[in-house]
Design a protein around this ligand. Sequence first.
Ligand SMILES: Nc1ncnc2c1ncn2[C@@H]1O[C@H](COP(=O)(O)OP(=O)(O)OP(=O)(O)O)[C@@H](O)[C@H]1O
Ligand SMILES: [Mg+2]
Length: 347
Amino acid sequence: MKAGGTGRRKLRTAMCGPMSYPSRSLLAMNSESVAISAAGLARAFGEVNAVNGVDLSVASGEMYGFLGPNGAGKSTMVRMLTTLLRPTSGSARVAGFDVAQETEAVRLRIGVALQDAALDPKQTGRELLDLQARLYGLAKRDRQRRVDEVIQIANIGDAIDRRISTYSGGMARRLDLAAALIHEPIVLFLDEPTTGLDPASRQTVWEEVGRLNRELGMTIFLTTQYLEEADALCDRIGIIADGKLVAEGTPTALKRAIGTDVIIVRVSGDPELVRGRLADIPDVERIDVRGDQVLISCAHGAATISPVAVALADSDVEVRDLTLRTPTLDDVFLQLTGGHLTEGTAA
Ligand SMILES: Nc1ncnc2c1ncn2[C@@H]1O[C@H](COP(=O)(O)OP(=O)(O)OP(=O)(O)O)[C@@H](O)[C@H]1O
Ligand SMILES: [Mg+2]
């Protein structure tokens, strides 16, 4: 079951109370160096431990990727961190406030774009943004300014004045992202922001999310099933499988932890002749021969490729091709869970 269908509405409804919009200076005063922290955070649905004791810490200004296959617990984690779902046990703080005890303070400081955006199809895009601004209590002048600003982010042209029912999936996604930004949140949660989008729309969302992080210093917690998305966008990645955080680190460190780079050389002639030539290169850790391929394991493939090429040029064998293979996040996932992390695979 997909989590979160009515979450956005719930969050909006929750905002209707007697809240006042904090001034930018109030938000600026929030100088927490840790934007998101969780300790033993867990949520069970009957027998299912959707999130099963997660500890994590995300620094202010960091772009953190929560990577896992279908059913891993990503949306459940997002819904707890955004106050939409109460934890069964454990605790979490977002933007300096407890997600279970200080829900209103958390909600004022976060933006959320859920996996299944529940947008009212009868509204126009502009009406939705204006309503969102009202729900957050923005004064009229701020409201118009912010609606105009986030319309640029939605980037859907004249369609902003058409009913949402006429939007493509990508347009609705971008509108939802824009709506999540209306009150200038300091922490942004995006649950699978690009799932189901075509490559061009995906690229647009990547660029926008990257800009929010770089230029505004917004902390971003993003869930994804796409390895290349986590790799390209995130400073740090947590891999979740069956409700547990099974690995965490920078994309480079995670890849490095599970293996070395491999330079693969295909030769004409006897590959065994190559061994002796390569053995003295300082970075080379191991040389394996498989068929017409020589596999050279080393810590820093990009730096080692050129001494390898020089040594091969001096040898009697003819090189047919030479490639560098660096470990992928899929390798990391395979090693940790025994399953591939590809689109549509179940945990
Ligand atoms: N409201 C609910 N009631 C019962 N079970 C639920 C509920 N929400 C989630 N679950 C279960 O919790 C587990 C984790 O679900 P969750 O939606 O968090 O996964 P996910 O990582 O977001 O998956 P996906 O990539 O498909 O969005 C799944 O087994 C799911 O069936
Ligand atoms: Mg989900």
